[in-house]
Ligand binder design. Structure first.
Ligand code: CDP
Length: 807
């Protein structure tokens, strides 16, 4: 070995594989403004479509007159439900087994519902046309309060369901009822509550919110009449699913549909579903023979496409007097809006809400969820969370704090007392999940030590005394949150979308020079897949990450996959990537054995190539093996070096974390200050620590936005009163707190590289940390639970209701 021979460390570092803080390769184009988004696409002769939307939340549509609109220069067509009926597309199926109007068919059911689609030569002409379409409405009574939706005299919202006593998820008990979903053992849970020393019960609401990707939903549809082919460029988190859905509902052969997701400016669940804009743009392109672009504006995005949450959770915990939990009972009233368009795996009407036992060893639990219709926009997306997991985490983390308050126990101590213990994994929860791995006590203690929790509690106690003495108007809260997520949908045994099992995929092709291309069924919306997926391959096969090009989002070239949402990419596609790489490696080993003239069992993999065991100088690099794959493979072996893997995970992964928020609130103004926010995440094996930190920062910022201000609010007539960023809280760098991040590593035992998802964790754990901080601050004044969002006005109102405002 001469001095120039790289050391093992240098060879390993040169790969920039797993564990490396590799810089994001996609940022080269993003930071130069060279991203390629849907709205950048300009095709020759392209037309623009835009919607006439309903000003009413519930009304009969008596007539639509397009005469004047068609006289506007540039307006070419006005599409209504009547037009769509001629191609059988007036209604479309939803992912949740319901149907949804594409354009208003006889009535409208929420404000800003799509009523007609105006197609014009440019966007301005389309907007002028919209203003000239005359729609005659007859207003009907409106339901915005979910608790009134199932009153005996509640207006019938879905006349199309008249007489249907059961839906996609079983019996319906009222004309505005969608489903009842029950999990757990009712009798055992009731018995635990009867025996309990202490019980708590609280209505914990998680307000309706909306993801805020910087880029709204949009598409360009181009139908080639000669070939009979439809190409759709869109902001799709799951392009293959869109292709299949379009094929099924438009009755076009799937091979003649090309779906392309170019760069996406944030998704957060908003871009999973199929929206009327996609259908109308496709129909308009088929009708006009020209490409048609549809781009939502911000108000349309906030008011009409896929809300999140709107869960009203009544949580009850039974416990012993020394704080051991013995039972959990939860009822959820789930407001799904006008159509049940929840983007959950088919069999899960409330997603994975049955993770609501959280990180605690509840011996018994019982859960019921009632889904109802209201005059609000449809949706029910996983806004930066796995399906309904953030609702569940919020519910249990608030409930545990309320129990701690009742028992006079420290919230962190109560959690430590009830955590699932390390030796209990794989842990079977009372509501049916098998948690793969965890070490909750270590994570919690690390959080408590790193933040000097005891000192913080002491400071709080002193502040409380000072407040009571009238020496300060500031109160202090410590928001502890310990969450367990369930991500990686999912095993085909329990997860599918419209019957397609939720596997994911990867295809790797190595080129002769030791470079390669890898394609996946996932689609990054900012998560950095182009960077991290190459790192997995680099470590697995010993080729530098820089030599691997990652490509996602083109259904013609990528293997079929179910897309990116709910932190499923790493648990599912990440595993497929490792498995495809291992197939490459296995073939490479056979080629190396042939070239080195040994049996393949005599070889061992050594960072970036194969070495003959015991003969260190007999080595063949992966780069050289790639070359050999194209000119001298063993007799009988096919040339080339490529592999594909479709990975059906055996289980979900269960990342977890311990968070704490330290907050002060001025009771006279309601103004809060986040003094400190510490987030410890455990996502198993860490692929790229820098990207993980970025994911945590982003997710915490969204959690902050949701807990401290976001709400899609309706007035009594069903008007959206928070439909723009003027009144829907979108934090900027000015408001966003400083984040401290930390980690522990508990690998997933069933994932090929031990990795769990992380993208959603900070939202799931962050929201309860903020809310617990506010509630903890007020608790010594006699308050039990203050509903989110905790904006200044609500904090001030809480202080007022507690009678502590200055006279
Ligand atoms: O499905 P989605 O991409 O939103 O979420 P994810 O699987 O949690 O991955 C988000 C980003 O974090 C990806 O770039 C992952 O490669 C990265 N990540 C990581 O570096 N290590 C992990 N254990 C999990 C995710």
């Amino acid at each position: 070995m001469n001095d120039m021979t790289p050391t093992r460390e240098q060879r390993s570092a040169a790969l920039e594989g797993m564990g490396c803080k590799r810089k994001r390769v996609e940022d080269i184009r993003f930071t130069q403004g060279k991203g390629n988004y849907v709205d950048d696409l300009k095709l020759p002769g392209m037309l623009h479509g835009d919607f006439v939307r309903s000003p009413h939340a519930h009304a009969r549509v008596k007539s639509i007159n397009s005469e004047e609109a068609l006289k506007v220069p540039g307006v070419l067509a006005v599409i209504t439900a009547e037009t769509l009926k001629t191609v059988n597309l007036a209604w479309m199926p939803t992912l949740a087994g319901d149907v949804q109007m594409v354009l208003a068919d006889g009535k409208v059911l929420f404000q800003n519902q799509e009523v007609a689609f105006v197609v014009a030569t440019d966007r301005y002409a389309a907007d002028d046309g919209i203003n000239k379409v005359v729609v005659e409405y007859e207003a009907l009574p409106v339901i915005v309060d979910p608790f009134k939706s199932m009153a005996p005299d509640a207006p019938v919202l879905r006349e199309d369901l008249a007489g249907k006593t059961s839906g996609a998820h079983g019996p319906r008990k009222h004309h505005n009822h969608i489903f009842e979903w029950t999990v757990g053992d009712k009798d055992l849970t009731d018995a635990a509550f009867k025996k309990a020393d202490v019980t708590i019960k609280e209505l914990i609401s998680y307000q309706r919110v909306h993801p805020c990707p910087l880029e709204t939903c949009q598409c360009v549809c181009s139908f080639d009449k000669i070939k009979g082919e439809l190409t759709i460029w869109g902001t799709f988190q799951a392009p293959h699913v869109i292709r299949t859905v379009v094929s099924l509902i438009a009755k076009l052969p799937e091979q003649k549909i090309h779906v392309i997701s170019p760069d996406i400016g944030g998704g957060f669940g908003n871009k999973v579903g199929a929206y009327p804009g996609y259908i109308c743009a496709a129909v308009a392109s088929i009708v006009t023979g020209k490409p048609v672009k549809w781009v939502e504006d911000r108000i349309e995005n906030l008011t009409a496409t896929s809300f999140a949450r709107d869960y009203h959770m009544t949580a009850e915990i039974a416990a012993t007097k020394d704080g051991k939990v013995t039972g959990l009972r939860v009822h959820v009233l789930a407001d799904h809006g006008a159509f049940d368009a929840c983007a959950d795996p088919s069999k899960w009407p409330a997603g994975f809400f049955n993770i609501v036992t959280g990180s605690y060893d509840f011996p018994v639990a019982h859960l019921t969820v009632d889904g109802i219709y209201s005059n609000k926009a449809p949706g029910g997306v996983a806004y930066r969370c796995s399906f309904r997991v953030t609702e569940a985490a919020y519910c249990i983390e608030r409930a545990m704090d309320i129990l701690a308050q009742r028992l006079g126990m420290d919230p962190a101590e109560l959690r430590l007392k009830n955590f699932v213990r390390p030796e209990q994994f794989p842990y079977h929860s009372a509501l049916g999940w098998e948690y793969d791995s965890g070490d909750y006590h270590t994570a919690m203690r690390k959080m408590m030590e790193s933040t000097d929790y005891a000192a913080l509690r002491k400071e709080q106690a002193e502040k409380r005394v000072a407040f009571k003495r009238g020496e300060t108007r500031e109160i202090m809260g410590l928001g502890v949150s310990f969450f367990t997520e369930i991500v990686g949908a999912g095993p085909s045994k329990n997860c599918d979308i419209l019957g397609i099992a939720m596997f994911d995929s990867c295809e790797i092709r190595m080129h002769p020079t030791g470079a390669g291309i890898a394609r996946m069924g996932t689609k990054s919306q900012g998560q950095g897949h182009e960077t991290t997926w190459a790192q997995i391959i680099a470590t697995e096969i010993g080729i530098p990450a820089d030599n691997i090009m990652v490509e996602e989002g083109n259904t013609d070239t990528a293997p079929y996959g179910l897309g990116t949402y709910g932190s499923r990419s790493t648990p599912v596609a990440g595993a497929a990537i490792a498995m495809a790489a291992r197939k490459i490696k296995a073939k490479a080993q056979m080629i190396a054995a042939y070239k080195l003239e040994v049996h393949e069992d005599d070889l061992e993999f050594d960072i970036d190539g194969f070495r003959v065991k015991g003969l260190p100088e007999k080595f063949m690099s992966m780069k050289d093996i790639c070359w050999a794959a194209y000119n001298s493979v063993p007799p009988g072996m096919e040339p080339g070096l490529e592999a594909v893997s479709y990975y059906d995970p055996p289980n979900m992964t269960y990342p977890f974390g311990a968070y704490i928020c330290v907050m002060t609130i001025d009771v006279d103004t309601g103004v809060y200050k986040v003094k400190r926010f510490y987030a410890l995440d455990d996502c198993g094996t860490r692929i790229n620590p820098m990207i993980i930190e970025g994911q945590v920062h982003g997710g915490l910022t969204e959690a902050f936005a949701i807990a401290m201000g976001q709400e899609i609010r309706y007035d009594a007539e069903g008007n959206v009163v928070t439909g723009s960023f003027m009144d829907f809280f979108m934090p900027t760098a000015v408001e966003t707190p400083h984040w401290e991040t930390d980690f522990t590593v508990t690998p997933s035992p069933h994932h090929p590289i031990g990795a769990k998802g992380v993208g959603e964790s900070p939202n799931v754990g962050g929201v309860p940390a903020f809310s617990n901080a506010v509630n903890d601050a007020f608790s010594f004044l006699g308050s039990t639970h203050i509903q989110m969002p905790h904006d200044y006005w609500r904090n001030w109102t809480a202080a007022k209701n507690l009678g502590v405002l200055a006279a």
